[in-house]
Design a protein around this ligand. Structure first.
Ligand code: HEC
Length: 135
């Protein structure tokens, strides 16, 4: 009895953030409309450009999302400490974009790292649209 309550609580806490890329896109769409009333939809093309765009960080180094994730999200990437990062595209790594808290955590860290600001909902949605479209 006790164990089943613990198990139920555990399953609930695991599932609390379980999601799909399509649900994430819907949630970012709601936010994007709040940020910008002229929002007309997400664009995979813009997402691809965003992913590869290199900028000069205030520390003087050139950086982009591709610095760690390579220029193709279907590839394995590497952290600055040379640790393998599994591919981001759900077509080759189905675990991606299935945990809303994880997605938000890493957008938070990575956007600060690359852009030195938070990403907008438009940027996140464009990027997810790009990942989802990769076969
Ligand atoms: C300094 C290296 C680095 C840079 C630069 C970087 N990332 Fe990441 N990213 C990581 C690491 C490390 C993880 C988490 C490890 C893992 O999940 O395999 C991660 C995870 C993610 C995830 C989580 C996906 C999921 O569902 O698990 C997304 C989305 C992501 N990155 C997008 C981006 C975007 C967009 C940019 C550019 C703004 C970017 N990353 C730049 C290292 C980086």
């Amino acid at each position: 009895m006790r164990n089943s309550i613990i198990l139920a609580a555990l399953l609930f806490s695991i599932n609390a953030f379980a999601t799909t890329p399509q649900v994430l896109l819907k949630q970012y769409e709601v936010q994007a409309k709040q940020e910008n009333p002229a929002f007309t939809g997400f664009s995979a093309e813009r997402g691809a450009i965003f992913f590869r765009a290199e900028r000069t960080h205030s520390d003087g180094k050139k950086v982009s999302c591709s610095t760690c994730h390579t220029s193709d999200p279907r590839n394995q990437g590497k952290t600055r400490a040379n640790k393998v990062i599994e591919p981001l595209a759900p077509s080759v790594n189905p675990q991606r974009l299935t945990d809303a808290a994880k997605v938000e955590k890493w957008f938070g860290r990575n956007c600060r790292d690359v852009l030195e600001r938070a990403c907008t909902a438009q940027e996140k949605g464009d990027y997810i649209q790009y990942l989802v479209n990769l076969k």
